[in-house]
Design a protein around this ligand. Sequence first.
Ligand code: APR
Length: 262
Amino acid sequence: MLSDIERLAQAFNCAERVLIITGAGLSADSGLPTYRGVGGLYNGNTSDGLPIEAALSGPMLQRDPALCWKYLAELGRACLGAQANVGHQVIAELQRLKPQCWLLTQNIDGFHRAAGSPDDRLIEIHGQLAPLYCQSCGQQEDDLAGRLTEQLPPLCRHCAGILRPPVVLFEEMLPERAISTLYEQLGEGFDLVLTIGTSSSFAYIVEPVLRARAVGAFTAEINPARTGISDSVDVYLAGRALDVLPELLSHISVNRICKSSP
Ligand code: APR
């Protein structure tokens, strides 16, 4: 009788097309705060008495750029002060093992790219923190770290317009290209959908799991806490990504052959 992690490893070995979905919990092991759950950024208000969703919103960036940038800078400094962890590295290795292993991330920290996940199979559905660009003239600015040491909000050196990161702020639309790539890939179907470190709070994060289940594909979740999809997946592994992913890779590396169905 296979254990749950052996079943997931077997499903990975047998899968041709895999979708891995990641959230803030994966970067929690790099020391970055999550948004919900224990210690989450969204618990309570900011020091300005605002919910973080209001402070980090598109309308706030227009209405009070200095205030919005105060919290954007906090996020930026946290990401720049941390680095990808072994969980990101294992995911990059899984993508090397399977040429059709895609990655959908909600994280804006850039750690997947830093760990070696290929750009052409990485969907950053909430954008990225860099490079900054000018909202007035579009001029690009690569030096996020340097700008965070200067007066905020950062101004364009070309036209003095206010810069912003290509991140999806609250009340803003998701990036069209990311959405179209996601639905193009979902249209081709996946044999395995694995979510890691996400509270599965958004329909576009839950939908790939439900679509996989509907066609009998294998679904799995790695999260120390149960979420709204934990009862729907084939395998729910209660644990930190940092602990579970290396163990999963060791099972996959041992017997890469697809035996009977998992
Ligand atoms: N390993 C795996 N999962 C973990 C770990 C860990 N070490 N630590 C915490 N978790 C789990 C938590 O149990 C929680 O379910 O990670 C999840 C983090 O949930 P959220 O903070 O809601 O993060 P996420 O699901 O990525 O949603 C965040 O929401 O508001 C948007 O833009 C924001 O991208 C962000 C997204």
